[in-house]
Ligand binder design. Structure first.
Ligand code: SF4
Length: 308
C-alpha cells in the first residue's frame, strides 16, 4: 500500500505535468477553503446544511470536472472534503495515461507521403550501435569541425514512438546525448504525459552534430546526415514518428512550409505515421503553444493505441 506522502507526491507530480503542458488543472500551494471559493462563484448560494469543511490538499480534476468543483459538490452533498480529496489523490499514479486518452482531438486526415532518403542513399547498416559508431567518426559535412561530441541518438531499440528533433544544442554537444537540459526536461514531461516514459522511446535528431551557435542546419548538412536517421527509423520500426519543430518536419518531409501548415495531419514517412508538433525549446519560449502541443501529443497517443 502506498504511503500518503508517496501518493501526494504522485499527485503533485501529475499536476505539475499538467501545468507544464498547459492543462486545465491547477496546483494550490496552500490549503484551499473550497466552500468559500464556491460561495464566491455561486450567484445564489444555498443555505448551509453541512459541517464546516476541512482545508483541502492540492488536488486534481476527475472526468473533466475541476477537482475543487468535485470537492465542493461532494461536501455540499455531505461527504467530508478530506475523503473526496483522498479518493482523487489515490487515483493520481494512473492519471497521465488516462488524461492523455480523455477527450482527445480526432485523429486528423492524411498529409504528405514521403519516401526519404532514397534507399540508394541509405547504407544497410546492421544495427543502431553500428550507426552510432559511424556517426561519431563522421566527417561528411562541415558540422564535424565544430562539434564536441556527435549525438547519434538513444533509446529503446524497439521503441513504438520515435522522436526526432532538429539537431543537438550546447548541452547535447557537451554530453553526446539528445534532448538534455531544459528542453530535454520538458520533452521528458511531454512523453510522460502520454504514458511513454523517455526510456521507452527512441530519441534522435535530423543532424547529429551541433550547428555553430545553434543556427538552423543548412539544407546540405541535413541532406548529408539524413541517411543515418533513415536507417535508424528502418531498424527501430516505430509505430509512430513525432517530429519536433519546423526544421525537423521540413527536413523529413522535404517541404518548406510553416509548422502550422504541417501540424494536424498524419503524414507518412517511409510508411510510418508522422505527427508534427512544436519543439520543446519553442514551448519554453511560448507557453501559449503548450495547449496545441498537448493536442498533438494526444493524437500521437491515439495512433499508438490504434490496432493497425
Ligand atoms: S552532422 Fe551528420 S553528416 Fe554532418 S558530420 Fe555530423 S554526423 Fe556527419
Amino acid at each position: 500500500m502506498r504511503s500518503r506522502s508517496t501518493v501526494s507526491d504522485a499527485m503533485r507530480h501529475y499536476l505539475e505535468l499538467q501545468q507544464d503542458l498547459g492543462g486545465d488543472e491547477v496546483i494550490f500551494d496552500a490549503p484551499v477553503d473550497v466552500r468559500a471559493a464556491l460561495r464566491a462563484s455561486d450567484p445564489a448560494p444555498r443555505a448551509e446544511t453541512v459541517a464546516p469543511v476541512a482545508p483541502v490538499a492540492p488536488v486534481a480534476p476527475r472526468s473533466g470536472i475541476g477537482l475543487s468543483a468535485q470537492v465542493a459538490r461532494a461536501t455540499a452533498a455531505g461527504r467530508p472534503a478530506a475523503a473526496v480529496a483522498a479518493a482523487a489523490t489515490e487515483a493520481a499514479p494512473d492519471r497521465p495515461a488516462a488524461a492523455a486518452r480523455q477527450g482527445p482531438p480526432p485523429i486528423p486526415g492524411p498529409g504528405l507521403t514521403i519516401v526519404s532518403p532514397r534507399s540508394a542513399e541509405m547504407p544497410a547498416w546492421a544495427s543502431l550501435d553500428e550507426i552510432a559508431a559511424i556517426v561519431r567518426e563522421c566527417r561528411k559535412c562541415p558540422l564535424c569541425e565544430t562539434r564536441t561530441h556527435a549525438v547519434p541518438g538513444e533509446g529503446n531499440p524497439s521503441a513504438r514512438l520515435m522522436v526526432v528533433g532538429e539537431g543537438p544544442g550546447e548541452s547535447e554537444d557537451l554530453s553526446g546525448r539528445p534532448f538534455v537540459g531544459r528542453a530535454g526536461d520538458l520533452l521528458n514531461k511531454m512523453l510522460e504525459a502520454i504514458a511513454v516514459p523517455r526510456a521507452e522511446a527512441f530519441i534522435a535528431n535530423v543532424v547529429k552534430c551541433r550547428p555553430p551557435k545553434n543556427r538552423v542546419p543548412l539544407p546540405d548538412e541535413r541532406q548529408a546526415c539524413l541517411p543515418y536517421l533513415g536507417r535508424q527509423v528502418a531498424l527501430v520500426q516505430p509505430k509512430v514518428l513525432l517530429a519536433l519543430g519546423g526544421t525537423a518536419a521540413e527536413a523529413m518531409l522535404g517541404i518548406k512550409k510553416s509548422l502550422g501548415a504541417l501540424r494536424l495531419q498524419v503524414h507518412s514517412w517511409n510508411g510510418i505515421p508522422l505527427i508534427v508538433t512544436y519543439h520543446p525549446a519553442a514551448l519554453l519560449r511560448n507557453p501559449d503553444w503548450k495547449r496545441p502541443a498537448w493536442d498533438d501529443l494526444r493524437i500521437v497517443r491515439q495512433l499508438l493505441d490504434r490496432d493497425t
